[in-house]
Design a protein around this ligand. Sequence first.
Ligand SMILES: [Zn+2]
Length: 253
Amino acid sequence: MEQGHTLLVRVHSSAPVTLTGTLDERDLAFVKHGEGYWALVGLPAWSPAGPHLLTLTAADGMGRAVREEATVEVVAVDFPVEAVALPPDRTRLLTPELVQEERERLAPIFQSVTPERLWDGVFVPPVEGEITSPFGARRSYNGGPPRSYHEGVDFRGEVGTPVVAANSGRVALAEALTVRGKAVILDHGLGVHSGYYHLSEILVQEGQWVEKGDPIGRVGGTGLATGPHLHWEVRIRGVNVDPLEWTQRLMLP
Ligand SMILES: [Zn+2]
Protein backbone atom coordinates (compact mmCIF):
# COMPACT_ATOMS: atom_id res chain seq x y z
CA MET A 1 0.00 0.00 0.00
CA GLU A 2 1.35 3.39 -0.96
CA GLN A 3 1.32 6.40 1.34
CA GLY A 4 -1.87 8.42 0.81
CA HIS A 5 -3.86 5.55 -0.61
CA THR A 6 -7.13 3.99 0.47
CA LEU A 7 -7.28 0.51 1.93
CA LEU A 8 -10.41 -1.64 1.93
CA VAL A 9 -10.49 -4.22 4.72
CA ARG A 10 -12.99 -7.01 4.02
CA VAL A 11 -13.99 -9.68 6.49
CA HIS A 12 -16.17 -12.64 5.53
CA SER A 13 -18.30 -14.19 8.22
CA SER A 14 -21.33 -16.43 7.84
CA ALA A 15 -22.42 -15.74 11.42
CA PRO A 16 -23.32 -12.28 12.69
CA VAL A 17 -20.38 -10.79 14.57
CA THR A 18 -19.34 -7.46 16.00
CA LEU A 19 -16.08 -6.38 14.43
CA THR A 20 -13.59 -3.94 15.81
CA GLY A 21 -10.09 -3.25 14.62
CA THR A 22 -7.22 -0.83 14.41
CA LEU A 23 -4.57 0.22 11.95
CA ASP A 24 -1.73 1.70 13.97
CA GLU A 25 -3.64 3.53 16.70
CA ARG A 26 -6.68 4.42 14.62
CA ASP A 27 -9.99 2.59 14.96
CA LEU A 28 -11.56 0.94 11.94
CA ALA A 29 -15.31 1.43 11.40
CA PHE A 30 -16.89 -1.73 10.00
CA VAL A 31 -20.25 -1.88 8.28
CA LYS A 32 -22.16 -4.92 7.07
CA HIS A 33 -22.08 -5.35 3.31
CA GLY A 34 -23.41 -8.36 1.43
CA GLU A 35 -21.86 -11.54 2.81
CA GLY A 36 -19.46 -9.84 5.14
CA TYR A 37 -18.13 -6.67 6.66
CA TRP A 38 -15.79 -4.02 5.44
CA ALA A 39 -13.98 -0.88 6.53
CA LEU A 40 -12.29 1.85 4.49
CA VAL A 41 -9.04 3.20 5.89
CA GLY A 42 -6.90 6.07 4.68
CA LEU A 43 -3.13 5.72 4.91
CA PRO A 44 -1.79 9.20 5.69
CA ALA A 45 0.79 10.65 3.28
CA TRP A 46 3.10 10.90 6.29
CA SER A 47 2.73 7.24 7.41
CA PRO A 48 6.26 5.90 7.84
CA ALA A 49 7.23 3.36 5.18
CA GLY A 50 7.44 -0.21 6.46
CA PRO A 51 5.18 -2.64 8.29
CA HIS A 52 2.06 -1.35 10.08
CA LEU A 53 -0.04 -3.45 12.43
CA LEU A 54 -3.66 -4.20 11.56
CA THR A 55 -5.72 -5.87 14.29
CA LEU A 56 -9.19 -7.38 14.02
CA THR A 57 -11.45 -8.66 16.77
CA ALA A 58 -14.66 -10.52 15.96
CA ALA A 59 -17.06 -11.05 18.85
CA ASP A 60 -20.27 -13.07 18.79
CA GLY A 61 -23.25 -12.44 21.07
CA MET A 62 -22.09 -15.01 23.65
CA GLY A 63 -18.89 -13.44 24.80
CA ARG A 64 -16.59 -15.33 22.47
CA ALA A 65 -14.02 -13.28 20.61
CA VAL A 66 -11.37 -14.05 18.03
CA ARG A 67 -8.45 -11.71 17.49
CA GLU A 68 -6.38 -11.64 14.31
CA GLU A 69 -3.37 -9.60 13.34
CA ALA A 70 -2.06 -8.73 9.91
CA THR A 71 0.70 -6.55 8.56
CA VAL A 72 0.11 -3.75 6.10
CA GLU A 73 3.30 -2.90 4.25
CA VAL A 74 3.41 0.84 3.54
CA VAL A 75 5.47 1.84 0.52
CA ALA A 76 7.06 5.29 0.36
CA VAL A 77 5.95 7.65 -2.39
CA ASP A 78 8.43 10.19 -3.71
CA PHE A 79 6.19 13.25 -3.29
CA PRO A 80 7.51 16.31 -5.15
CA VAL A 81 8.51 19.52 -3.35
CA GLU A 82 6.88 22.68 -4.70
CA ALA A 83 8.03 26.23 -4.14
CA VAL A 84 5.08 28.56 -3.66
CA ALA A 85 5.53 32.32 -3.89
CA LEU A 86 2.80 33.92 -1.83
CA PRO A 87 1.96 37.61 -2.36
CA PRO A 88 2.77 39.71 0.75
CA ASP A 89 -0.90 40.45 1.43
CA ARG A 90 -1.62 36.72 1.73
CA THR A 91 1.28 35.61 3.96
CA ARG A 92 -0.84 36.47 7.00
CA LEU A 93 -2.90 33.40 6.10
CA LEU A 94 0.08 31.15 6.88
CA THR A 95 0.01 32.16 10.54
CA PRO A 96 0.01 28.85 12.44
CA GLU A 97 -2.77 30.08 14.73
CA LEU A 98 -5.09 30.82 11.79
CA VAL A 99 -4.32 27.50 10.12
CA GLN A 100 -4.79 25.61 13.38
CA GLU A 101 -8.01 27.45 14.24
CA GLU A 102 -9.56 26.48 10.92
CA ARG A 103 -8.31 22.90 11.24
CA GLU A 104 -10.01 22.62 14.64
CA ARG A 105 -13.19 24.19 13.28
CA LEU A 106 -13.39 21.55 10.50
CA ALA A 107 -12.23 18.51 12.50
CA PRO A 108 -15.69 17.59 13.88
CA ILE A 109 -17.13 17.65 10.34
CA PHE A 110 -14.43 15.35 8.96
CA GLN A 111 -14.60 13.05 12.00
CA SER A 112 -18.37 12.60 11.77
CA VAL A 113 -19.51 9.26 10.41
CA THR A 114 -22.93 9.06 8.75
CA PRO A 115 -23.71 5.36 9.19
CA GLU A 116 -24.84 4.70 5.62
CA ARG A 117 -23.06 4.99 2.32
CA LEU A 118 -24.38 7.96 0.35
CA TRP A 119 -22.14 7.68 -2.72
CA ASP A 120 -22.38 5.43 -5.72
CA GLY A 121 -19.76 4.10 -8.12
CA VAL A 122 -16.54 5.92 -8.93
CA PHE A 123 -16.07 9.63 -8.21
CA VAL A 124 -15.91 12.13 -11.08
CA PRO A 125 -13.32 14.93 -11.22
CA PRO A 126 -15.11 18.12 -10.04
CA VAL A 127 -13.76 20.17 -12.97
CA GLU A 128 -12.15 19.32 -16.27
CA GLY A 129 -8.67 20.65 -16.54
CA GLU A 130 -5.00 20.18 -15.98
CA ILE A 131 -3.76 19.20 -12.52
CA THR A 132 -1.29 21.85 -11.42
CA SER A 133 -0.35 20.30 -8.07
CA PRO A 134 -0.66 16.62 -7.14
CA PHE A 135 -1.71 15.09 -3.85
CA GLY A 136 1.09 14.80 -1.32
CA ALA A 137 3.34 17.53 -2.76
CA ARG A 138 5.51 19.09 -0.05
CA ARG A 139 4.97 22.84 0.04
CA SER A 140 7.69 25.40 0.62
CA TYR A 141 6.24 28.91 0.98
CA ASN A 142 8.38 31.92 0.01
CA GLY A 143 11.64 29.96 0.29
CA GLY A 144 10.89 28.43 3.70
CA PRO A 145 11.38 24.75 4.57
CA PRO A 146 8.75 22.27 3.31
CA ARG A 147 6.06 22.54 5.95
CA SER A 148 3.16 20.39 4.85
CA TYR A 149 1.85 17.75 2.50
CA HIS A 150 -0.63 18.89 -0.12
CA GLU A 151 -3.92 17.56 1.18
CA GLY A 152 -5.63 17.25 -2.21
CA VAL A 153 -5.14 18.00 -5.90
CA ASP A 154 -5.27 21.40 -7.58
CA PHE A 155 -6.95 21.86 -10.94
CA ARG A 156 -6.27 24.81 -13.19
CA GLY A 157 -9.47 26.71 -13.89
CA GLU A 158 -10.81 30.05 -14.98
CA VAL A 159 -12.72 32.07 -12.42
CA GLY A 160 -16.39 31.17 -12.75
CA THR A 161 -15.93 27.65 -14.17
CA PRO A 162 -18.61 25.39 -12.65
CA VAL A 163 -17.44 22.92 -9.98
CA VAL A 164 -19.53 19.75 -9.69
CA ALA A 165 -20.08 17.26 -6.88
CA ALA A 166 -17.65 14.35 -7.28
CA ASN A 167 -20.36 12.04 -6.00
CA SER A 168 -23.72 12.12 -4.29
CA GLY A 169 -24.03 13.19 -0.67
CA ARG A 170 -25.17 15.87 1.70
CA VAL A 171 -23.65 19.35 2.02
CA ALA A 172 -21.87 19.40 5.39
CA LEU A 173 -20.42 22.92 5.04
CA ALA A 174 -20.95 25.79 2.60
CA GLU A 175 -19.33 29.01 3.77
CA ALA A 176 -16.38 31.36 3.44
CA LEU A 177 -13.36 30.24 5.49
CA THR A 178 -10.19 32.22 6.12
CA VAL A 179 -7.52 29.88 4.70
CA ARG A 180 -9.60 27.67 2.40
CA GLY A 181 -11.65 30.58 1.10
CA LYS A 182 -15.21 29.94 -0.03
CA ALA A 183 -15.61 26.25 0.68
CA VAL A 184 -18.01 23.36 0.19
CA ILE A 185 -17.63 20.06 2.04
CA LEU A 186 -19.79 17.07 1.09
CA ASP A 187 -20.59 14.15 3.37
CA HIS A 188 -20.63 10.91 1.34
CA GLY A 189 -21.39 8.71 4.35
CA LEU A 190 -19.29 6.15 6.24
CA GLY A 191 -16.81 8.84 7.23
CA VAL A 192 -15.95 9.82 3.64
CA HIS A 193 -15.97 13.56 2.83
CA SER A 194 -14.88 15.63 -0.15
CA GLY A 195 -13.82 19.29 0.01
CA TYR A 196 -13.84 22.03 -2.67
CA TYR A 197 -11.93 25.22 -1.78
CA HIS A 198 -11.00 28.72 -2.98
CA LEU A 199 -14.35 29.07 -4.80
CA SER A 200 -15.51 32.40 -6.20
CA GLU A 201 -19.11 31.43 -5.58
CA ILE A 202 -20.96 28.80 -3.54
CA LEU A 203 -24.09 27.38 -5.17
CA VAL A 204 -25.39 25.07 -2.41
CA GLN A 205 -26.54 25.30 1.18
CA GLU A 206 -25.67 23.28 4.23
CA GLY A 207 -27.94 20.25 4.60
CA GLN A 208 -28.79 20.10 0.90
CA TRP A 209 -28.66 16.77 -0.96
CA VAL A 210 -26.57 16.74 -4.15
CA GLU A 211 -26.23 14.17 -6.91
CA LYS A 212 -22.98 13.27 -8.62
CA GLY A 213 -22.28 15.96 -11.25
CA ASP A 214 -24.53 18.65 -9.72
CA PRO A 215 -22.97 22.15 -9.77
CA ILE A 216 -21.98 23.16 -6.22
CA GLY A 217 -19.81 26.22 -6.83
CA ARG A 218 -17.53 28.13 -9.18
CA VAL A 219 -13.73 28.19 -9.45
CA GLY A 220 -12.06 31.15 -7.74
CA GLY A 221 -8.97 32.24 -5.86
CA THR A 222 -10.33 33.07 -2.41
CA GLY A 223 -8.40 32.31 0.79
CA LEU A 224 -4.79 31.06 0.71
CA ALA A 225 -4.42 30.86 -3.08
CA THR A 226 -1.88 32.36 -5.45
CA GLY A 227 -4.32 32.39 -8.35
CA PRO A 228 -7.62 30.89 -9.48
CA HIS A 229 -7.72 27.11 -9.12
CA LEU A 230 -9.81 24.40 -7.53
CA HIS A 231 -8.39 22.51 -4.58
CA TRP A 232 -10.21 19.20 -4.26
CA GLU A 233 -9.68 16.69 -1.48
CA VAL A 234 -11.12 13.43 -0.15
CA ARG A 235 -10.88 12.39 3.49
CA ILE A 236 -11.70 9.18 5.30
CA ARG A 237 -12.47 9.94 8.94
CA GLY A 238 -10.29 13.01 8.67
CA VAL A 239 -7.34 11.37 6.89
CA ASN A 240 -6.56 12.93 3.52
CA VAL A 241 -6.10 10.40 0.73
CA ASP A 242 -5.27 10.75 -2.96
CA PRO A 243 -8.64 11.76 -4.46
CA LEU A 244 -7.67 10.65 -7.97
CA GLU A 245 -7.66 7.04 -6.78
CA TRP A 246 -11.38 7.50 -6.08
CA THR A 247 -11.96 8.53 -9.72
CA GLN A 248 -10.02 5.55 -11.05
CA ARG A 249 -11.37 2.59 -9.17
CA LEU A 250 -14.45 1.45 -7.32
CA MET A 251 -13.65 1.76 -3.64
CA LEU A 252 -16.42 -0.60 -2.63
CA PRO A 253 -17.66 -3.61 -4.57
ZN1 LIG B 1 -4.51 22.56 -3.13
